[in-house]
Write a new protein. Sequence first.
Length: 258
Amino acid sequence: MDPHRWRLDGQRALVTGGSAGIGRAIARELLGFGAEVMIVARDGDALDAARDELLEEFPAANLRAMIGDVADEEQRREILDWVEDQGEGLEILVNNAGGNLVRATTEYAEEEWREIFEINLFSAFELSRYAHPLLAQHPGARIVNVGSVAGLTHLRTGAPYGMSKAALHQMTRNLAVEWAEDGIRVNAVAPWYIRTRRTSTALADPDYLDEVLARTPLGRIGEPEEVAAAVAFLCLPASAYITGECIAIDGGFLQYGF
């Protein structure tokens, strides 16, 4: 067996929303496989804490961090300028940053639903486009988009969130086909409930938690590390023949029937 199929030594990865939750777990997983990781987040304090924690675990790692809001067009360009300044292109882009505001459809203000699309969809589209010249320098470059089961079926997340994630999944399929000739693979993961700060309020309601678990065949909430493991697999050379896929990390939720 070629051990390099299961390593990312020296490969450069950019992870958005990398300061907490799933994003930080993805950064940790990629570092564990030997990647050089750049993390971006808009909360400077959380970003510093994540960097310190990861460097404590991987003291010899090449880990860099930048404060940036991917929902802001100008800052998206600044992030890719920063990546380009590091030199030698980019092998991996993980579009993880996302957000939501739960409302009834008729109760969203226009700026609210547009902001959901900006951070969940447009940021990934623009960062992917800006990163294309850097990724194309390396045959076998990868993009992984963090979608959601809300983009595959109805959830109580509010319509704009589900719409934005469904569009992100479709973007994944389109770019996978269009950019295959450039040597860039594009895949997505679609988590169900994962134990993060963002989900903690909803899951703190015991009745709601019981409903969630009743719809989850594996009978538990997922962990950020379980999403990160799937993302890392899609980044490894071992997955070189996989592109255009969306892998649900959902404990069987999407397969639930009656």
